[in-house]
Every structure is written in structure tokens, then in C-alpha cells.
Design a protein around this ligand. Structure first.
Ligand code: AMP
Length: 129
């Protein structure tokens, strides 16, 4: 069972920003930038291109909605999107509020307090439609 499945089942906590029957979005615990969010299908699958076309499109649709909320909640030049999965073998889309190219480099990290995580998650959730 992946660490993200444990988040989905509530076994471990997360700073959740959006959820429906098939997807969940929560803040990355080690963010590249303030508001860095992960969008995750609830059905555990390792690699994104092993998803069916339908599941892939649904993931992109949900990610689009989360990105729109993120853009409203966190001022930035644009939302960067990336899929890697080398650390957690459970499909996830990284959405990163980006101002400079280094915000999309996964060695570039910012430290946030618990209060900051809580506040950002609430603000993204408020803007999610
Ligand atoms: P990757 O699999 O290379 O796309 O990276 C996995 C991402 O998941 C990293 O950016 C981690 O900071 C993030 N991550 C790992 N564990 C957690 C967790 N418990 N809650 C939120 N984000 C996590």
C-alpha cells in the first residue's frame, strides 16, 4: 500500500485541498514553492501512462480544476505541472505555483510552518469549484 493510499484511507494526515469519489488533492509535504499541490487518483496505480485513456483524462480534468483554484489562492506567474513518481510509486500530478524556472526543480525546496500549510490548503479549498 502506498503512502498516498494511506492518506486516502485517512491512516496518515494530509493538508487536503480537494476531493471527489475518484481523486484527492493535498499539499506536498516538502514543497518546491508555497502551494505545491499533488493530485492523486484514489485507485492506486504506479505509472501515469499505465492508466486507461479515460482515467488519464479524468485525472487531467481534476488537475485543471485544482490548478484554477491554486492560481486564485497563490499569486504567481503560472502553474507548472510535472509528473515524476520516482519517490512515491502511486500516480500523482505535481502542480507548482511558479515564478522562476528553479521553482520547477525538485531540488529547490521551501520550508513552511504547520500554520502556513493549514492556511494555504484552506485558501485553495475555498477557491475549488
Ligand atoms: P515523486 O514520486 O518523485 O514525484 O515525488 C513524490 C512527492 O511526494 C515529493 O515531492 C514528496 O515531497 C511528496 N510526499 C511524500 N510523502 C508525502 C506525504 N506524506 N504528504 C505529502 N506529500 C508527500
Amino acid at each position: 500500500m502506498s503512502i498516498f493510499t494511506k492518506i486516502i484511507t485517512g491512516e496518515i494526515p494530509s493538508y487536503k485541498v480537494a476531493e471527489d469519489d475518484d481523486f484527492i488533492a493535498f499539499l506536498d509535504i516538502n514543497p518546491n514553492a508555497k502551494g505545491h499541490t499533488l493530485v492523486v487518483p484514489k485507485k492506486e496505480e504506479n505509472k501515469i501512462f499505465d492508466l486507461s485513456k479515460e482515467a488519464y483524462s479524468s485525472l487531467m480534468d481534476f488537475s485543471y480544476r485544482v490548478a484554477k483554484a491554486l492560481e486564485k489562492a497563490v499569486p504567481c506567474q503560472r502553474i507548472g505541472m510535472s509528473v515524476i513518481g520516482l519517490e512515491v510509486p502511486h500516480v500523482h500530478v505535481h502542480l507548482v505555483p511558479t515564478n522562476v524556472m528553479s521553482d520547477m526543480q525538485f531540488t529547490h525546496k521551501v520550508k513552511l510552518s504547520k500554520d502556513e500549510f493549514v492556511a494555504i490548503a484552506a485558501s485553495i479549498a475555498d477557491n475549488f469549484e
